[in-house]
Design a protein around this ligand. Structure first.
Ligand code: KIV
Length: 271
């Protein structure tokens, strides 16, 4: 038996079992093979190939510019580095909102061309038809409610969503709709902690929070943010687990100094 076959892959059913027994689900983003290997080996349950790649990898201000082809490229790199985690891929802006046939086509391309295990779509009632269509093809769908960055120009700001009763009521209805349609999980982004608690108690499927307090069934962060690679982004919900910006800066600075001083490569590092 190979080492690989001993690793039990995380499935949507396993995530459901985790919620059922009260075990929190750990999630992080990854966009490339090397990072995905590290994130997976460290024991993260779900890896999201987020369209935050548009910000973090491509340097865009929003998630809107990233294309379906680019998401598939990132996703197929991640899949190659993952042995255990469930790999979920964001369907990017403009690839599913138009109509449900386009949503299905985009989801099928992601699954076929990247080898990922599920897709994520932002929105509630307004994309219900697309969600049903994708699910009907046997593709697991993760929902995403609250602050949905693909709609940033509608919101106008990245501030906390659903603080008012109307929006909170709609969010609860949308979350229930996603569950009824067959979504396996829902991301709740930047909403009040009390609302997260309510939604997580009312749904049987797991919720995954980001800036949504401690009562979601799982938590997700953008890996570059929590590792301190991207230091400009510092919202209140973000906990930094490392300062890789400083570590990398110092290491690269040392390399430059060594090259300039003709200290690298030395005799042992030469053939
Ligand atoms: O694109 C992304 O990284 C996301 C997470 C922040 C949930 O959607």
């Amino acid at each position: 038996m190979s080492v690989h076959s001993e690793i039990k892959r995380i499935t949507t059913h396993i995530l459901q079992e985790m919620k059922n027994r009260g075990e929190k689900i750990s999630c992080l983003t990854a966009y490339d093979y090397s990072m995905a290997r590290i994130v997976d080996a460290a024991g993260v349950d779900l890896i999201l190939v987020g369209d935050s790649a548009s910000n973090v990898m491509a340097g865009h201000e929003t998630t809107l510019p990233i294309t379906l082809d680019q998401m598939i490229y990132h996703a197929s790199s991640v899949v190659k580095g993952v042995k255990r985690a469930l790999v979920v891929v964001d369907i990017p802006f403009g690839s599913y909102q138009g109509n449900s046939s386009e949503a299905l086509r985009s989801a099928i391309r992601i699954m076929k061309e990247s080898g990922a295990h599920a897709v994520k779509m932002e929105g509630g009632a307004e994309i219900k038809e697309s969600i049903i269509r994708v699910l009907s093809a046997g593709i697991p769908v993760m929902g995403h409610l609250g602050l949905t960055p693909q709609s940033i120009y509608k919101f106008g700001t990245y501030s906390v969503r659903a603080k008012e009763d109307d929006e909170a009521t709609k969010l609860i209805e949308d979350a229930k709709m996603l569950e009824q349609c067959g979504a396996f999980s829902v991301v709740l982004e930047k909403i009040p902690a009390v609302l997260t608690k309510k939604v997580s108690e009312q749904l049987t499927i797991p919720t995954v929070g980001i800036g949504a307090g401690p009562d979601a069934d799982g938590q997700i962060l953008v890996v570059h943010d929590m590792l301190g690679i991207n230091k400009e982004f510092k919202p209140r919900f973000l906990r930094r687990y490392a300062d890789l910006d400083t570590i990398m800066h110092e290491a690269i600075g040392q390399y430059v100094a060594d090259v300039k001083a003709v200290d690298f490569p030395n005799a042992k590092e030469s053939y």
